[in-house]
Design a protein around this ligand. Structure first.
Ligand code: L34
Length: 295
């Protein structure tokens, strides 16, 4: 059996079409233009690529969008002051500070400086807390994108055995949390594996749905999964360059071997990545609507 390929690229394109219509209506009926600023500190090539894609998408959807590049050696105080400026700018509804930040800057301090109502990444403790108790909030973009992919490709999560590999604040913890909730894409029984898990294969072999966000290539191999598993591969590893200098990407699972066993699998590139970007747009539209008192 060869797995169905769950195309994040296609699902993301469909959601963007829906958003485009919504943005048009917001403008024509309410005079509201969603505004997004993406702040990039330093020149990490992967971060540049993600932020550029975010800006391009925002622009295509008709947002007011600003790319704010800051030098690697910006002080923490100057970065906090910049965030404060955007917190007080009524044309900006969403503020994103691309991670990782340089070592001399405290991530949590920066994320906590963002107005929770403009925290379209969903990383502020207020939004994290609201998410955990199932209140309305901005959901973090990657987990939100994974839920949408599962729902829109008809994967049954209710009662499913879900195994998450990785416990980051950005992916592992929030996706595990969302999938135990009573909600669409939820109602699953969730196990979280991490670097101290004793026998990872024991857990991954039991998974109906396996979500891998380990940040290392081929952490999960074909012998570690059961027939018919649905695999969501969150990893984006840069493993080399083509002769033309383009990055060669691979995920966290052994795609070629696992696709022969799985019932469905997400590719890298073209899987979770485009969904992450699209859910950022969805959150920004939500932020603009909330700001305008429309929801
Ligand atoms: N603040 N920092 C903040 N928010 C985020 O949501 C992110 N993340 C992660 C890194 N730091 C962040 C992203 O945006 C990872 N991430 C991200 C976003 C998009 C893609 C990958 C990671 C993506 O579009 N990947 C493409 C390939 C892109 C390429 O060629 O480099 C894909 O098809 O998977």
């Amino acid at each position: 059996m060869s797995a169905k390929i769950i195309s994040g690229k296609e699902i993301a394109a469909q959601i963007r079409e829906e958003l485009k219509e919504e943005v048009k209506r917001l403008k024509s009926d309410h005079g509201v233009t969603p505004g997004l600023v993406t702040i990039l500190v330093g020149e990490d090539p992967a971060s540049i690529s993600y932020v550029t894609a975010k800006q391009k998408t925002a622009h295509d959807l008709g947002f007011h969008s600003i790319q704010d590049n800051q030098p690697e050696d910006i002080s923490e105080d100057d970065l906090l002051a910049l965030i404060d400026k955007y917190n007080n700018d009524d044309s900006i509804h969403g503020i994103l500070v691309q991670l990782p930040l340089p070592k001399h800057i405290d991530d949590s301090k920066v994320l906590e400086a963002i107005d929770p109502d403009k925290d379209v990444d969903g990383f502020h403790p207020v939004n994290v807390g609201r998410m955990v108790i199932g209140e309305r909030c901005f959901l973090p973009c990657t987990p939100h994108g994974i839920l949408e992919m599962l729902i829109r490709s008809g994967v049954e999560t209710s009662g499913a055995e879900v195994v998450v590999v990785g416990r980051s604040n950005i992916v592992g913890k929030p996706i595990a949390n969302l999938m135990i909730q009573k909600r669409d894409g939820g109602n699953a029984t969730v196990t979280v594996c991490h670097t101290r898990t004793k026998d990872m294969a024991f857990h991954t072999k039991r998974a109906d749905i396996l979500i891998v966000a380990a940040g290392r290539p081929k952490v999960v191999t074909a012998d570690m999964v059961k027939d018919g598993v649905v695999v969501i591969d969150v990893g984006v590893n840069r493993i080399g360059k083509t002769p033309e200098g383009k990055a060669i990407l691979c995920g966290d699972v052994d795609f070629d071997a696992i696709k022969e066993k799985a019932s469905a699998i997400t590719p890298v590139p073209g899987g979770v990545g485009p969904m992450t970007i699209t859910m950022l747009m969805k959150n920004t539209v939500q932020a603009a609507k909330q700001f305008a008192g429309l929801v």
